[in-house]
Design a protein. Sequence first.
Length: 241
Amino acid sequence: MKRLAIAIGSALALAGCATDPRDIGREPHMSPVGSGLSAYDDQLPTGSTRPPALGPQMRLDENRVNLYRDVRAMTVGDVVTVNISMDDKAVLGNSTDRSRDSKVKTTWSFLFDFLAGASSAPPERKWTGTVNNDLQSSSSTQGQGSINRSEQIRLSVAAVVTAVLPNGNLMLRGSQEIRVNYELRVLTIAGIARPRDIGKDNMISYDKIAEARVSYGGRGRLTEVQQPAWGQQAYDIFAPF
């Protein structure tokens, strides 16, 4: 029993801690560079092999080639700039009004003879009566709902090509962290893009990225205050009322 009490107390204490221990008394920590691409480390070039030494003439020829080379991202490890420009507005309204009435009325008269087959049964052996059934029901439903939403985001983030699909499409993934005082804003983008949709300036709009996953959030002192503590969230899940 004592161990159970200690375990419950420890769980509640940990649940009440919504702050990363590394951030106590200091600004939120930033993720290491490349941590968002950890799942694709085996696909990214490691740079362990050094290119062969180039002579002066070879360097000049290479620079000439680079002047006319397509700078758009094509292979794993290339970088492409994603422009995120959202200006979405939605106004929806629904109204439902439903009613239903039902009435059933039945009258049934009966004569029951205890002496079946005997037409001359005495009156005390016979039952006579009338059954009246009157059933009424009604139901009505009314509902109204409205949505008024407006979102406006304009950002740019550099993404890395993490894989090239068999059909030539590119898988992109990128993240950006901006820390201001004790608040860290995090922007992430991921999706699949066609090379033809990448402009000559090596930029692509987010609306041309399939399976796009855009996240703009953060962590810090303000974010912690805006949401309940872990313990309160766990209690809300299991609380029956």
